[in-house]
Write a protein that binds this ligand. Sequence first.
Ligand code: NAP
Length: 253
Amino acid sequence: MSSSASAVSRKILVLGATSGIAEATCRIWAAQGASLFLVARNPQKLAVVAADLKTRGAAFVDSLVADLDDTSSHPALLAHAINSLGGMDVAFLAHGILGDQARAEQDFEVAAQILHTNFVSVVSLLTWLANFCVQRHSGLLAVISSVAGDRGRKSNYLYGSSKAGLSAFLGGLRNRVDREGVTVLNIKPGPVKTAMTAAMPNSEKFADVDQVAQSIVKAIDARVDNLYVPFQWGPIMFVIRHIPERIFKKLNL
Ligand SMILES: NC(=O)c1ccc[n+]([C@@H]2O[C@H](COP(=O)([O-])OP(=O)(O)OC[C@H]3O[C@@H](n4cnc5c(N)ncnc54)[C@H](OP(=O)(O)O)[C@@H]3O)[C@@H](O)[C@H]2O)c1
């Protein structure tokens, strides 16, 4: 842990920093000499990630262990992180759970957990962060949603609906804060090789996490609004969104 963030290096707050996608993205930022504040719930994993990013060239690395499901902790956590960084140029929100669709169909508590982690906790963080950025007329909020939010499917509609809610929230938030100089980037990955998907059939064919991370860094640098990654998921989801419901409801997706 360094004692203070450099005034010139980019200041990036990462929530869910031990996620495979976040870690790969942070490796690129570290090599660019960014200042990073990392938040994750697993202290051992977080310590390993933080130490690795320091060796890769990050100008400053600080971290905090937190379960982001605890929304009451968010205001103090975010204020502490931004104080440690000495400001914030980018917030990257990456935490999430796939959940168990079959169990969620039978047990509302399981369904509610998926909605809470993937939607409610992210809305809580973004409410504070967006108001912080609006006050300063600057900042970029990069949030990982999913292609699964583009259309509900029987195999994962709890996860998908949590991400659909998140995507709708991000669109509305952008509509409110873009004119205040704040960028909202909605990142919609297709299947990516990370711990989240390791047990899925054919996961070896999923997108490479380092390539996904490169696309995320580029999209943040270009301050785009939406990113499908890999890019082919844009046209694929366009087609899927437009399949007539009378056909879609009979498909096994
Ligand atoms: N991989 C894909 O195919 C894919 C596709 C589309 C979207 N996404 C989204 O991409 C994001 C990153 O996922 P990933 O693929 O990198 O999977 P991952 O490696 O499993 O990362 C998920 C991360 O979320 C963290 N997390 C979950 N609940 C948390 C909580 N309550 N508090 C703090 N941290 C919590 C996990 O922490 P622990 O390690 O402590 O459990 C883990 O670090 C997620 O939002 C996911 O929904 C992934």
